[in-house]
Write a protein that binds this ligand. Structure first.
Ligand SMILES: Nc1ncnc2c1ncn2[C@@H]1O[C@H](COP(=O)(O)OP(=O)(O)O)[C@@H](O)[C@H]1O
Ligand SMILES: [Mg+2]
Length: 254
């Protein structure tokens, strides 16, 4: 089967800093791939290159065989990519329901219409109800997003990234700032997604990574340092050295 996403030689520089260096990997349809790496490794930058938030200095990104390297964010969304940000992209002063309606409306290809118009759209409203029920937030539909608990906000954000029924769901640090229980909820939610949805997750939370991944890639100083299954990554000495703060290898074996 052809890869869903094919990334080759992707790079970006910020002034003299090569934040992402010659990154090459691909994701098969249905796969759960997790990128790990310490803070500053370039994970979010890579994510932004893939979503189109950021323009690469070099390299290529193919999605469903199409070259999307220079396509804008909305075009990628229309092709079936969805992203959930590390920094929230919700409208804090609008209600949960309105946010769901905006997310669903956004997937219909147009620009945002005036709120008053689409909140009366019955099809959209029932889709919003279904979406909010699937993340247990229907009861909170009339609350403003700013009044939600942090964990609920993160759950809403992830739920709304599913509004477009994406083929590829991209999550950047979905457990960031969550309690262990909330983080487990997120893990479960990801694991109950159908295999029609391919998942690319970025995380420095190893529990979350091991809880979701079929394959893990370690990013270090903007480069792919190693990759493997969860077991391979757990046993990998480079991962232990770089990621888990063990420095034994520097003295071992000369
Ligand atoms: N817009 C930017 N301008 C300049 N440097 C940046 C910018 N965004 C990120 N960086 C730098 O690029 C490196 C990678 O950052 P980032 O992708 O956020 O890492 P991670 O998500 O793995 O923690 C860091 O050194 C960071 O300071
Ligand atoms: Mg990051």
């Amino acid at each position: 089967m052809a890869a869903l996403l094919e990334v080759s030689g992707l790079s970006v520089h910020f002034g003299g800093l090569a934040a992402v260096k010659d990154v090459t990997f691909s994701i098969e349809p249905g796969e759960r791939l997790v990128m790990i790496g310490p803070n500053g490794a370039g994970k979010t930058t890579l994510f932004n290159l893939l979503t189109g938030q950021l323009k690469p200095s070099g390299g290529k990104v193919l999605f469903k065989g199409q070259d999307i390297t220079h396509k804008p964010v909305y075009a990628r969304t229309q092709l079936g990519m969805a992203r959930s940000f590390q920094i929230t992209s919700l409208f804090p002063n609008e209600t949960v329901l309105t946010n769901a309606l905006i997310a669903l409306q956004g997937t219909r290809g147009g620009r945002y219409r005036m709120f008053g118009v689409f909140t009366r759209d019955k099809v959209l409203r029932s889709a919003a109800q279904e979406l909010l029920e699937s993340i247990d937030l229907w009861d909170k539909r009339s609350e403003t997003v700013s009044s939600l608990a942090y964990g609920e906000t993160r759950k809403l954000e992830m739920g709304l990234s599913l509004a477009s029924s994406p083929d590829l769901l991209m999550l950047d640090e979905p457990s960031c700032g969550l309690t262990p229980t909330e983080s487990k909820d997120i893990t479960e939610r990801i694991n109950t997604l159908g295999k029609k949805i391919t998942v690319l997750m970025i995380s420095h939370d190893m529990d979350l990574a091991f809880g979701v991944a079929e394959r893990i890639i370690l990013l270090h100083f903007g480069e792919i340092s190693c990759e493997g299954t969860c077991d391979e990554i757990r046993a990998n000495q480079t991962v232990k050295d770089i990621y888990m703060g063990s420095h034994k290898a520097s003295t071992a074996g000369g």
